[in-house]
Design a protein around this ligand. Sequence first.
Ligand code: ADP
Ligand code: ZN
Length: 517
Amino acid sequence: MLEKARELLQTYFGYPSFRIGQEQAISSVLQGNNTVCVMPTGGGKSIVYQIPALILPGTTLVISPLISLMKDQVDTLHQLGISAAFINSSLSAQEAAETMEEAVHGGYKLLYVAPERLESYEFQEMLKNLQIPLVAVDEAHCISQWGHDFRPSYLQIARLMDKLQDNTVVLALTATATPKVRDDICDSLDIDPTNSVLTGFERENLSFSVIKGQDRLAFLKDYVKKNRNEAGIIYAATRKTVDQLYEWLKKEGIDAAHYHAGMKDIDRANEQERFLKDQADVMVATSAFGMGIDKSNIRYVVHYQMPKNMESYYQEAGRAGRDGLPSECTMLYSPQDVQIQRFLIDQSSEQGRMSQELEKLQQMADYCHTENCLQAYILEYFGEREAEPCGRCGNCTDTRTSVDVTKEAQMVLSCIIRMGQKYGKAITAAVLTGSRNKKVLDFGFNKLSTYGILKEQSVKQVTELIEFLISTNLIGVEHGAYPTIYVSPAGKEVLTGKQQVFRKEAVQIKQVSNDDP
Ligand code: ADP
Ligand code: ZN
C-alpha cells in the first residue's frame, strides 16, 4: 500500500518523495493503527491524512477548528481533482443539508467538519449512513486541558469514535504537543503511544535571541531600520501597543502594516494583503495575525512583548524563514511582561486551568532567563530529549565568560529558607538588598541574618539573579494566590556546597526611564 501512497503523492500532489515522518504516519494509518502525528507547522501534515483518504474506501472525516482554512483546503483539493467538501457554520442550513445528502451518496473522499457539528442530531444521523474508514483530528492539542487552546467541543470526538464502526482509524495531528498534551491525546482517542510519529521541531535556519534590560523602542527602531526592505513581523501583546508601534514606524518612514482583532474586517484584510504581496515590509500585529498565513520570505519575527506560553511563542516565531533561509526570532523581554500576562490569565482563565497556565507562563519566563541554548530549550519543552546546542542562538553565541556565582546563589537560597519559603521574589529581593520597606519591617525580616547581605546590588540585579536561579531550577515557584518561591532539591545541593553555579558576567544595564512608546 505504501507503493500506492507514493504513486498518489506523485500523481495528485506532484511531489517525488515523502518528507520525514509522513511515510511513517501514513503507513501506521494504513495498517489500521490509531496514530498521533506531531509535526511542526509547515511540516506537511495534510498529506498524512489526504493520501490515506484517497486509498481507503469511503469518506475520511477531517475535524478542524479552523473554519477559515477549511474552504482553502477544500478548494485546493478540488484543484487537484479530489472530491471534498466542508460543513461548518459558514454554510446555510440548506447548504449543509445538501452537502450531507451528497456525502451519503458517497460524493466525497474527504469531508471537513468543525467539532461543534458533532453535536448536531442531523449530522449524527447522517454519519450512520456513511462509510468512514478514517477520522483525522487536526489541531489535536485542542483536546487537552494542557494544550494552549483547549476546546470543550473536542471532547465530542471520543464519543463519536464510539459510535463509528469498530475498524475506523483515528489520526490525531498537531504542531504543538508537549509530552503531557500527547498523553492526553492518546488517552482520549485510544491511541497506543507507540504509534506516535514525532518529527524534529528544530528549525535549522532560525536563530533565537532574547534581549533584556534595553530600551525596547530604541532597539526596535535600530532593528527595523537595519532590516529595511526585509519582510518581518512584530508581535505585541495588546491592540494599543500595536497601534502605537505602527504609527511610530510610519513616522520613521517605514512601510508598515498592522493587524488586530479591534480593526474592521475589511481593514484587516487589506493590511494582510499588503503584507503578503510585499507592499508593506513590516507587519505589526497581535497574536490574532498569522494563522494560516503562507508567506515564506519572512526574515524576522520580533516579539515586542513576551507571549503567555512557549506554544504561542514558537508558533509565532516559527513564521519566520519558511523558505529555509537564515532568519531571526528575537524576544524583547521586560519583567513587566510577566505581570501583564499574569493579569490576563487571572482575568480570563477558568478556575481549573489557572495553575496550568501559570506554570506555562513560568516556563516562558524561564526561556527569557536561561543562559543555555534557546533552540534546545524549545525542543526540550516540546518533548525532545537532550537536544544539542544549536550554535546559532543568542546564548550559544554569547562570548562572555561564565563566572562562579555559587556564593551569591547560596545567599539567596538561604534567605528564602530563612523567610519560610512562602513569599514572592520581590520581597525576597527587598530583604537581600536590605530594604526598609514596610512589609519587610512588619514581618521582622530585618532581623534575619540574610537581611542586606546583597546590599551592594540593586533590587533589579538581585531580582534577575533570582529569576536566573528559577530558570536553572534551583528555585521552584509555587503558583498559589500569588507566586511564592522555594528552594528545590537541586538548590539544596548548592546550599550544601555539593554543586556550583555559573553565570555569564552581568550585562551592562542601560538606565532607561520608560521603554514603552
Ligand atoms: P502543516 O499542515 O503541517 O502545517 P501542510 O500540510 O500545509 O503543513 O504542508 C506545508 C507545505 O508543504 C504545503 O505547501 C505542502 O504542499 C508541502 N508539502 C507537503 N508534503 C510535501 C512533500 N512530501 N514534498 C514536498 N512538499 C510537501
Ligand atoms: Zn543555541
